[in-house]
Unconditional design. Structure first.
Length: 309
């Protein structure tokens, strides 16, 4: 039995709570997943998982074993990374997590360009809008948009994330354009269900306004709200990496340009500086070079100004 593979399979089953889901993630059949787990249990002499028709849960022994397995897998990754650095070749596997909207709009293209330069490297993109546990889920790099990055992680600020207030010309033709922050209270506003749902903060030269907003559509993902805004459903506060392109094409109109939403930081976070793999170091340097500077590439002045109202 390949015990490292068995540990990886067991860790994925424990993480996902499903033999089938673990098999799909590892590109392995369900019988093979079951076999690896059963052989690991036989080797250890304990039952690791309780199976039922509805769910898979860890036994007490399985919970203790899971922590050790993750330590072993992390150590194996470090050994491979250390060996891979000796010939100067960027190779191996990097697991990178990011929000869905940033992954689709920015990171996918950046990773594709980086992969062309380093054909021996594989990148597994994990997109979603929850804050992943880098150590528990074996994530090498997480891209997070925040002004309060996790102090327990090592990080580099890549660039600023500005936001725009936008609406479609069709919406403005029906409802008019807001002329002041307070006017937003009379409009349909598309808000995020997990933060800033009913209050938007705007700043003009140090003067801050807090505006109560409401509408009939909210969501937990920026791309969905962007689509609703383009369709004329209301006014949205959107990150410029999503909205600037639509503004420059006239599909959206930038509103109240003198009033700026809070600027956030786009951070690259990773668990530790210890034995930082060459592949991860190279990707970090690439992202800093590609996205850094006074303005990130999507914030070109013409796109930020775009068509305003």
């Amino acid at each position: 039995m390949d015990r490292l593979t068995a540990m990886q399979v067991f860790a994925e089953v424990a993480q996902l709570g499903s033999f089938t889901a673990a098999g799909d993630k590892l590109d392995m059949s369900r019988p093979m997943v079951t076999r690896y787990v059963e052989e690991l249990e036989q080797w250890l002499g304990v039952r690791l998982l309780q199976r039922s028709t509805r769910k898979v849960t860890l036994t007490d022994a399985g919970l203790a074993c899971l922590a050790r397995c993750r330590q072993m897998l992390e150590l194996a990754d470090e050994v491979r990374a250390d060996a891979g650095q000796r010939d100067g070749q960027v190779r191996g596997l990097l697991r990178v997590a990011a929000s869905t909207s940033f992954g689709l709009a920015v990171l996918g293209g950046a990773v594709a360009e980086f992969g062309e330069r380093h054909p021996q490297l594989r990148v597994d993109l994990q997109l979603g809008d929850r804050a992943v546990n880098l150590i528990g889920e074996r994530i090498d790099l997480a891209i997070r948009i925040t002004n309060e990055p996790d102090p327990g992680l090592v990080g580099r600020r890549l660039c600023d994330c500005r936001s725009l207030l936008v609406a479609a010309p069709s919406y403005l033709a029906r409802h008019g354009a807001p002329l002041s922050p307070e006017d937003l209270e009379r409009h349909r506003c598309l808000s995020y269900s997990n933060f800033g749902r009913s209050e938007w903060k705007l700043n003009r030269g140090g003067e801050e306004r807090k505006v109560r907003v409401a509408g009939n559509i909210s969501g937990n993902e920026a791309s969905a709200l962007l689509s609703a805004a383009v369709a004329g459903a209301g006014i949205a506060m959107q990150p410029s990496y999503l909205a600037a392109h639509h503004v420059s094409r006239g599909e959206l109109v930038a509103l109240l340009p003198e009033w700026q939403p809070i600027v956030l930081g786009i951070h690259a976070l990773y668990p530790s500086r210890r034995l930082l793999p060459l592949a991860l170091r190279s990707l970090l340097d690439f992202l800093v070079d590609r996205l850094g500077g006074p303005l990130p590439p999507w914030d070109i002045p013409s796109a930020l100004a775009g068509r305003t109202a």
